[in-house]
Design a protein around this ligand. Structure first.
Ligand SMILES: *Cc1c(COP(=O)(O)O)cnc(C)c1O
Length: 350
C-alpha cells in the first residue's frame, strides 16, 4: 500500500501526483484556495497514510503542527495525561495552551487508566523517546477518554493504534515517513468523521498547512518506507545484540532484545521492533560526547528515521533531566550493518 496508494488512475495521467504549487485555483472546481481545500499533492499523501493507519489522514506543516491540531480540540482548562518521558515539546505545548499537564509513567497501565479517568485527553507514545519504554497500547487505548498516540517511532507499518481503539494517531512525517532528513511534515489520522471535520476546520483556521514540495517529498519517501524499515530494523537488532556484549556499554534498551522490559508487550502489539535504540556508555556525559565526536559513519545529529544513522546524547537538551547523562539515542539507518558496527566499536574503544 505504501507504494500503490495515493496515485491517479487513468490513461495519460502521471504515475506520481506532481507537486502542485498553487495557492489559488480557478473558481468552480474542487479546489478554491489551498489553505481551505488543500491541493492534490497533499491529498495523495493523506490518502496513502490514511490507508496505512486505517482512517482519514490530515497533513500539517510539521509534527508539532499535528500535535497542536489535537490539543486544540480540547475545551479551555482541560487536564491532559502525558507520559513523563514524552517528546518534550508535547508537554510544553499542552501547558502553553493553558491546560493542566498530568505527567504519568505510562508503562504502569493501572495507574495510567485511573489518571485518564475524567481527563480530557490521554496522550500516549510507544516506544517512548528516548528511553524506549513500551506501553500496553491495547489496554490504554480502551480508556474512556479521548486517546491520541504518537506513532512516529513505530511507523504505520509496525503498529496501528486505531485498531487498538485509539481515537487519533499522530506522526512526525519529518522522521520515517519522509525518511531522508530533508523535510518537515506532520500527520493526524482518525476514523471518526466528526474528528476529521473538526481537525480540518482547525487547520484552515491555524494555517498549519504543509508545503507543496514537502508533501510531494513525503509521499516519495513513503514509497520506500517498507524497504527502509526492514533494512534498518534488521541492523538495529544486530547492533543491539552486539552493544549489549560490549565492555564499554552498561545498558541497552531495544524492545527486540528478549531481556528488555518492553519485549513481551512489543512482541504482542508490534509486527517488528523498529530501528530506534538507546544505550548507556560506561563513564560520564563527557565519555558519551567523545564517542559521538569519534564516529564517522553514524552522524552526530538530532532527529531520526532517515536513511542516514543519527546519534544524540539526549540529556544535553533542556527538559531531558530524567534521561541518564551518558544515554545515547541511536536511529539506525540504511548503511551496511558492518560499517555501522565498525564505526561504533572503534569509537567505543577510542
Ligand atoms: C520529531 C518528533 C515530534 C515532532 O515532530 P516535528 O516534525 O519535529 O515537529 C513529535 N514526536 C516525536 C516522537 C518525534 O520524534
Amino acid at each position: 500500500m505504501c507504494v500503490s496508494a495515493g496515485r491517479i488512475d487513468g490513461p495519460g495521467e502521471p504515475l506520481n501526483v506532481p507537486p502542485v504549487f498553487a495557492s489559488s485555483f480557478r473558481t468552480g472546481g474542487e479546489h478554491d484556495y489551498a489553505r481551505n481545500e488543500g491541493t492534490p499533492t497533499w491529498a495523495a499523501l493523506e490518502d496513502a497514510v490514511g490507508r496505512l493507519e486505517g482512517g482519514t489522514a490530515t497533513a500539517y506543516a510539521s509534527g508539532m503542527g499535528a500535535v497542536a491540531a489535537i490539543v486544540d480540540l480540547l475545551p479551555p482548562g482541560s487536564r491532559v495525561v502525558v507520559p513523563w518521558d514524552s517528546y518534550t515539546a508535547v508537554r510544553h505545548l499542552v501547558a502553553a495552551r493553558g491546560h493542566t499537564v498530568d505527567l504519568q509513567d505510562i508503562t504502569d497501565t493501572e495507574a495510567t487508566l485511573s489518571k485518564a479517568d475524567g481527563a480530557a485527553l490521554l496522550w500516549l507514545e510507544s516506544p517512548t523517546n528516548p528511553l524506549m519504554d513500551v506501553a500496553d497500547l491495547p489496554a490504554l487505548c480502551a480508556a474512556d477518554t479521548l486517546v491520541a498516540v504518537d506513532n512516529t517511532f513505530a511507523t504505520p507499518l509496525l503498529q496501528q493504534p486505531l485498531t487498538f481503539g485509539a481515537d487519533i494517531v499522530m506522526h512526525s512525517g519529518s522522521k520515517y515517513i519522509g525518511g531522508h532528513a530533508d523535510l518537515l511534515m506532520g500527520l493526524t489520522v482518525t476514523a471518526d468523521p466528526e474528528l476529521v471535520d473538526r481537525m480540518r476546520a482547525l487547520r484552515v483556521l491555524s494555517g498549519a498547512t504543509p508545503g507543496g514540495m514537502e508533501a510531494f517529498l513525503a509521499t516519495r519517501g513513503l514509497r520506500t518506507l517498507p524497504l527502509r524499515v526492514r533494512q534498518a530494523q534488521e541492523s538495529a537488532g544486530e547492533l543491539a545484540r552486539r552493544l549489549e556484549q560490549h565492555p564499554r556499554v552498561t545498558r541497552v534498551r531495544y524492545p527486540g532484545l528478549p531481556g528488555d522490559p518492553g519485549h513481551t508487550r512489543a512482541a504482542k502489539q508490534m509486527s517488528g521492533f523498529g530501528a530506534m535504540l538507546s544505550f548507556e556508555v560506561a563513564g560520564d556525559a563527557a565519555a558519551a560526547d567523545a564517542l559521538c565526536a569519534a564516529l564517522t559513519v553514524v552522524n552526530a545529529a538530532t532527529s531520526l528515521g532517515g536513511v542516514e544513522s543519527t546519534i544524540e546524547r539526549r540529556a544535553r537538551l533542556a527538559g531531558q533531566e530524567h534521561v541518564p547523562p551518558s544515554l545515547l539515542r541511536l536511529s539506525v539507518g540504511c548503511e551496511h550493518v558492518e560499517d555501522l558496527w565498525a564505526d561504533l566499536d572503534a569509537a567505543l574503544r577510542a
